[in-house]
Design a protein around this ligand. Structure first.
Ligand code: 5RP
Length: 229
């Protein structure tokens, strides 16, 4: 996705922001563009506060002057704006490519509305071409890994389930957990997979966002398309 499309999607999402709003602020390169737009508008007098979904987004918010709060101080938010790795027409999402899925889901669930920003290549008929990120505890990794495979098999899903690494070491989330990426190719029943994964004790959370997004803003060469739920 070109930077230009990310900026266009972020600008379209900014239309949903009203003065005084308490915002959830997403993570990723598209969410970064939204943060930059927000920073400029705060500089011009917009009054908002935001809960960032990662340390990375928190740092960018501080850099561009977006005032921050926490879910402890501000447990209910008006609107979250975040990116996605895939979305279907029901606005079910795969998120977590950037490793922030746990905080992203907590923040989205605390928000009255979630607007998702992406380029139109991320809209799919069936989720799953993008590997599903699953956040797991480091303790018991082998057993959790096997349990994820078995849960998938019970639903007729198969494919590599791989520990995410960076610099040869397991990737560590902001919460101190690991991520395994499950390449099932197709996830025809996101709810069934979600329930099966959440029954595994070592699974902290997964990147299927079901019933959280209210609007999908898609930027493409032909302009902006809005899908609503
Ligand atoms: C981070 C995410 C991101 O929103 C997702 O990976 C999309 O990122 P980008 O806008 O860079 O394509 O879920 O955990």
């Amino acid at each position: 996705m070109s930077r230009e499309l990310k900026i266009k999607a972020a600008q379209a999402a900014f239309e949903f922001v009203k003065d005084g709003m308490k915002l959830g602020i997403g993570t990723g390169s598209t969410a970064d563009e939204f943060i930059r737009i927000l920073g400029k508008q705060v500089g011009k007098g917009l009054t908002v506060t935001g809960v960032p979904t990662s340390e990375r987004s928190a740092a960018l918010c501080r850099e561009v002057g977006v005032p921050l709060t926490t879910l402890d101080e501000t447990p209910e938010l008006d609107l979250t704006v975040d990116g996605a790795d895939e979305a279907d027409r029901d606005l079910t999402l795969i998120k977590g490519g950037g490793g922030a899925l746990l905080r992203e889901k907590i923040v989205a669930a605390a928000s009255a509305d979630m607007v998702v920003i992406a380029d139109d290549s991320k809209l799919v008929d069936v989720l799953g071409a993008f590997p599903l990120p699953v956040e797991v505890t480091p303790f018991g990794l082998g057993a959790t890994h096997r349990a994820i495979e078995k849960a998938a098999e019970s639903l007729g899903l198969s494919g590599p389930v791989e520990l995410r690494k960076g610099d040869g070491k397991p990737y560590l989330t902001d919460g101190g957990h690991f991520i395994v990426d499950a390449s099932f190719g197709r996830i025809p029943d996101a709810k069934a997979l979600s329930s099966a994964l959440l029954e595994i004790p070592g699974v902290v959370q997964h990147g299927l966002f079901i019933g959280l997004a209210s609007t999908l803003v898609l930027a493409g060469e032909g302009g902006i398309t809005l899908l609503r739920r």
